[in-house]
Design a binder for this molecule. Structure first.
Ligand SMILES: Cc1cc2nc3c(=O)[nH]c(=O)nc-3n(C[C@H](O)[C@H](O)[C@H](O)COP(=O)(O)O)c2cc1C
Ligand code: SF4
Length: 518
C-alpha cells in the first residue's frame, strides 16, 4: 500500500509554515525515490502543534508536530512513513491530551480527511442527517432542532428551533437561509476552521434548514479576510451540486435547495444580522431597526433564517443521532457542545470542542496550559471585543450562557483571549471604546458619539485629570450606551469597559499614583 501523508492546508497551519513543510516532504520523497500520497487535510485545531503532519500506518495514524522544513530529512531518516520515533513524534492523534479530552460532535470530521472529498465525508457519517430530514415533515425537523436545545453560536444564544419555527410558520413565495460567516470577534476561528476543514457539514446543515422552513435558497456571507474559506466553500458547493446534495431534488427528494457564497467587504458591524442582510442586498452595512424580525421580513423582505456557521454545522449530528443524544451533553439551558477557541497569550492555543460546563479556570489553566509568556494570568476576555474581562477570582464560572450573564459576562462566539500580568486594563478599556468608535455604523447616538466621548474621558483618567469624577462619567456613559443603543455593538461595549474598572481598579488610579506604583 502506498503510504499516505496528511499535511494541513488550513490557513492557520499555512500561516505557521505548512506549505513549506509540504514542499520539503515532496522534495524528499522525490530525492529518495519513495512513492507516497500527500493528502491536504484541514486542521484538527491544536495550533500549538501545527504544522501537524500525520502518517497512516498499519497501526493507525501517527502525528508529528510542530514540523519545520528543517525537520523533514531527519523525519525520513527516522522512518516516519511507518510511524518511527523522532523528536516531533506525538503518537496517535486521538491520544494527544488536547484531543483526547474533547467531545467532538460538530467538529467530529474536521481535520481528518481531504475536506473536498464527499466520499470521505460520507464514510464518516456525513449526509445521514440530511437523509433523515428529507424523509420527515418540515415541522418534525424543526421539532428535533428545538428539542435538542441548540442555541445560536453567533453570540446571542437564541434557540435555533424557535427561529426556524417562525420562518416555517410565516407565509412567503420565497424564503432564504443566510449563514453568518462574518466571524469578526477577536480570538475566534471556529467558523473558518470548519469551512476550510469540513465544508460539507455546513452545506448539509443549510440544506436541512431549507427543508425545515421551506427555504429554497441559501447564502453564506463570508468575511473577505477568509480567502481560503471562500475558495473551499465555492468548490464544495459545486461538488455538492454535482452530486445531487444541492439542486432541484436534494438527495433525490422533491425538496429544492441551492446556495451561493458571498464575500463581505470588511466591517465588524456586518456580522450583526440586519446589517449583514443590508450588505448582502448590496446596500451600506447599517443596522436595521427590529421589528420586523429577519424571520418575518429578512433578505429582500422575505422570511429568512439567519444563523451562525456553527449553529448550522451542528444540525447534521442532531438530525443523525437525535435531539436527545445532543441534549444529553451540557448543563442548565446550555445544551450540547461548544467549540471554545483559546487564543491570546496562551501556551496551548487552539479549538477545543467540549460539552458546556467546564469552568473558565479549567479551560485556561488545564487545557490552555496558562500563558505563553509563562507569567501569571491576569485577565481573560470571553466573547470577543464586546465581552467582559474575567479576573482569576471568577475562574470558577462554568462555561454556560446563564452563568456568564450572572457575572456580567457573555460567551458570545466562545472565543477567549488570555492576558498575563503585564496587561494594562485601562488601555484595554480604552481599546474597547476606540474599537466601538471605529466600527460603529453611525445609526444611533449613544454608540456613535458615546464611544468617541468614552475614549476622551478614559484618556483623561490615564492622564490623572480628575480621575474619580471622570470614572463616574465613564460609568454614566456606559449605562447610556448599554440601555440606549440600537444594537449590541454600542450596547455591549460597556462590558469590557466596566469589567476592567470593577475587577482591576488598581489600573485606573490617577497617573502619578500609577507611576509611583510601577
Ligand atoms: C456588532 C455585532 C457583530 C456580530 N458579529 C457576528 C458574527 O461575526 N457572526 C455571527 O454569527 N453573529 C454575529 N453577531 C450576531 C448576529 O447578529 C446574530 O445574532 C447571529 O448571526 C444569529 O445566528 P445564531 O442564532 O445562529 O447565533 C453579531 C452581532 C453584533 C451586534
Ligand atoms: S449601536 Fe452602534 S453599530 Fe449598533 S446601530 Fe447603533 S450606531 Fe450602529
Amino acid at each position: 500500500m502506498i503510504p499516505r501523508i496528511y499535511i494541513p492546508a488550513d490557513s492557520g497551519a499555512l500561516a505557521l509554515g505548512a506549505e513549506k513543510v509540504a514542499r520539503a516532504i515532496e522534495k524528499e520523497l522525490k530525492e529518495r525515490g519513495v512513492e507516497a500520497k500527500i493528502v491536504r487535510n484541514g486542521s484538527r485545531g491544536a495550533y500549538f502543534l501545527e504544522p501537524m503532519v500525520e502518517v497512516a500506518t498499519d497501526k493507525g495514524r501517527v502525528a508529528y508536530g510542530p514540523v519545520k522544513p528543517s525537520d523533514v530529512k531527519s523525519l525520513f531518516d527516522s522512518g516516519f512513513l511507518t510511524g518511527g520515533h523522532h523528536k516531533r513524534w506525538l503518537g496517535a492523534p486521538d491520544k494527544i491530551p488536547f484531543f483526547a479530552k474533547q467531545t467532538r460532535l460538530t467538529f467530529a470530521r474536521c481535520g481528518i480527511n481531504d475536506p473536498l472529498s464527499l466520499d470521505a465525508y460520507k464514510s464518516l457519517g456525513g449526509l445521514r442527517g440530511l437523509q433523515n430530514a428529507v424523509a420527515m415533515a418540515p415541522a418534525d425537523v424543526v421539532k428535533q432542532v428545538t428539542e435538542s436545545g441548540l442555541r445560536g453560536r453567533g453570540g446571542a444564544g437564541f434557540p435555533t428551533g424557535i427561529k426556524w419555527k417562525t420562518v416555517l410558520d410565516t407565509a412567503g413565495d420565497q424564503k432564504y437561509i443566510v449563514c453568518n460567516a462574518d466571524e469578526g470577534d477577536s480570538a475566534t476561528f471556529a467558523d473558518r476552521m470548519i469551512m476550510e476543514g469540513d465544508p460539507f457539514v455546513l452545506i448539509e446543515g443549510m440544506a436541512i434548514a431549507g427543508i425545515a422552513t421551506g427555504a429554497t435558497k441559501g447564502f453564506v456571507y463570508i468575511r473577505s479576510e477568509y480567502p481560503h474559506a471562500v475558495g473551499t466553500m465555492n468548490k464544495a458547493v459545486a461538488i455538492a451540486r454535482k452530486a445531487g446534495v444541492l439542486g432541484l431534488n436534494v438527495l433525490g427528494s422533491p425538496n429544492a435547495f441551492d446556495m451561493e457564497i458571498r464575500v463581505g467587504a470588511g466591517a465588524y458591524v456586518c456580522g450583526e444580522e440586519t446589517s449583514l442582510l443590508n450588505s448582502l442586498e448590496g446596500k451600506r452595512g447599517v443596522v436595521r431597526a427590529k421589528p420586523p424580525l429577519p424571520a418575518i421580513q429578512g433578505l429582500f423582505g422575505k422570511p429568512t433564517v439567519i444563523n451562525n456557521v456553527i449553529s448550522l454545522a451542528s444540525v447534521p449530528v442532531i438530525m443523525d443521532k437525535g435531539a436527545a443524544y445532543y441534549k444529553d451533553f451540557g448543563m442548565g439551558r446550555s445544551r450540547g457542545t461548544i467549540p471554545i477557541q483559546i487564543a491570546g497569550n496562551v501556551k496551548h492555543g487552539g479549538l477545543f470542542e467540549t460539552a458546556f460546563g467546564l469552568t473558565l479556570g479549567e479551560i485556561v489553566d488545564d487545557i490552555g496550559g496558562g500563558t505563553g509568556s509563562g507569567r501569571p494570568v491576569k485577565a481573560v476576555q470571553v466573547g470577543g471585543p464586546l465581552g467582559a474581562y474575567f479576573p482569576r477570582a471568577l475562574f470558577d464560572t462554568p462555561f454556560d450562557y446563564e452563568e456568564f450573564a450572572k457575572r456580567d459576562g457573555l460567551i458570545g462566539h466562545a472565543g477567549i483571549t488570555v492576558f498575563d500580568d503585564t496587561a494594562d486594563m485601562l488601555k484595554q478599556a480604552r481599546f474597547a471604546m476606540e474599537f466601538c468608535a471605529i466600527e460603529s455604523c453611525g445609526k444611533c447616538t449613544p454608540c456613535r458619539i458615546g464611544s468617541t466621548r468614552g475614549v476622551e474621558v478614559l484618556d483623561k483618567v490615564a492622564a490623572g485629570i480628575e480621575a474619580e469624577k471622570n470614572l463616574a462619567l465613564v460609568t454614566d456613559l456606559c449605562n447610556t450606551m448599554k440601555f440606549g443603543s440600537l444594537c449590541a455593538l454600542g450596547g455591549f461595549t460597556p462590558y469590557p469597559v466596566m469589567s476592567s474598572i470593577s475587577h482591576f481598579p488598581e489600573d485606573f488610579k490617577p497617573a502619578p499614583a500609577r507611576v509611583a506604583a510601577e
